[in-house]
Design a protein around this ligand. Structure first.
Ligand code: KG4
Ligand code: ZN
Length: 362
């Protein structure tokens, strides 16, 4: 059996993930152990708990990835791990495990930037489907930790065009959801409830920003939602929703609807519309500025159904590519996929490789 697979590891935040990607970029397996239930009761990720959960999960998740791929250690030609950005204690679990595998198996170690991983997942999937994207590409990475716009003049080349000045888009979803008494993570819940509301129901506007026109800011809309909550008598419904989360860690849409009046649904729809408009407006401007032939939207917020519906060619100015939702949120297939070109170019790392909480892509 040839050694033609990379084992990817991802432990930057609250998912412990391992995946096997073959040299022809076929994803043989992608195993993810989510810590959502651990963190949900705290309304966000608790770093110490995250590291401990990664330690507990890493070996079973790697075993699962090998089993599901139907390959043994002899098929693994390199091991790749996320080195940042992320929670340093969490990153260290995956990176240290990868170093151990590299020593024990005598195979190359490759460090991968988490943001590049998110972008690469979209590109690899599109190429695998037989569609070459062409360059330049504009990539929007919108997740719980990032909202960044990059120009990609060619494969593996990145130029930062804009980024959030305060909260990331996913963080805004999580904070607004927490404020309204919905569980963590907030993005999927608010996205599933937005279609039940009237997007013009609550007037939300963005303050004009000076400086780089491609920068984002989501703290204003978060504050506007806070003011709206304070101006209404929402205590009762918020308490009811918090009680629901305690009873069922992940309530269904019907259960949420039973404790969410129409005015709140309208506020959620208005919030979602504003975030989508902000993301697509900047993406469209970046596409025009660079004459990009393709746009990529990656990261957890790329799961957003409203965003996927709204990201049309006529709105953005070129075709927009997403991954299947399972590859948009944190996973290790994206890490193994991003490691392949580095492996092929011989860009291997040594054991001095370090985790970097604030690692930049460009
Ligand atoms: O990429 P990811 O899994 O982890 C980070 O690198 O941060 O992204 C997680 C973020 C969370 O903030 C979550 O609320 C958000 O992505 N998210 C969504 C949706 N699904 C996940 N935001 C909006 N709509 C969604 N459907
Ligand atoms: Zn991520």
């Amino acid at each position: 059996m040839p050694a033609n697979c990379i084992l990817g590891l991802e432990t930057s935040c609250d998912e412990t993930a391992a995946a096997i990607v073959r040299a022809d970029k076929v994803i043989l397996s992608s195993a993810v152990s989510s810590q959502i239930d651990t963190h949900a009761k705290y309304g966000g990720v608790v770093p110490e708990l995250a590291s401990r959960e990664h330690l507990r999960a890493i070996i079973p998740v790697v075993r699962e990835s090998l089993d599901r791929a139907g390959v043994g250690w002899e098929s693994i030609c390199a091991v790749a791990a996320t080195i940042g950005p992320g929670l340093v204690g969490s990153l260290l679990v995956g990176l240290t495990y990868a170093k151990s595998i590299s020593i024990v198996r005598g195979i190359p170690l490759i460090g991968v930037n988490h943001i590049e991983g998110h972008i690469k997942a979209v590109i690899v999937e599109a190429e695998f489907a037989g569609a070459g994207l062409g360059y330049p590409v504009v990539a929007l990475v919108a997740s719980g930790g990032h909202t960044h716009l990059f120009e990609m003049p060619g494969p593996g080349r990145y130029r930062l065009m804009g980024k959030t000045r305060d909260d990331a888009a996913g963080e805004a979803y999580d904070k607004v959801a927490k404020l309204l008494g919905f569980g963590y993570p907030g993005g999927p819940v608010l996205d599933s409830l937005a279609p039940f509301g009237e997007p013009e129901g609550l007037r939300l506007t963005m303050a004009k920003m000076k400086g780089n026109a491609l920068d984002f800011s989501f703290s204003g809309v978060k504050t506007a939602m806070l003011r709206w909550v304070q101006s209404k008598e929402l205590e009762g419904e918020i308490v009811a929703r918090r009680a629901l989360v305690k009873l069922h860690p992940r309530p269904s849409v019907e259960q949420w609807l039973s404790v969410t009046p129409q005015t709140t649904l309208d506020a959620i729809a208005s919030f979602q519309q504003l975030v989508i408009n902000e993301l697509l407006k900047r993406l469209g401007e970046a596409v025009r500025e660079t004459c990009a032939v393709a746009a990529v939207i990656a990261g957890g917020v790329a799961c957003n159904a409203g965003l996927r519906r709204a990201a049309t060619v006529s709105r953005v100015g070129c075709p927009v590519w997403f991954t299947t939702p399972g590859l948009s949120t944190d996973n290790a297939a994206m890490i193994a996929a991003a490691a392949w070109p580095k492996f092929e170019r011989g860009e291997w790392d040594d054991l001095g490789l370090r985790a970097q909480a604030n690692l930049k892509l460009a």
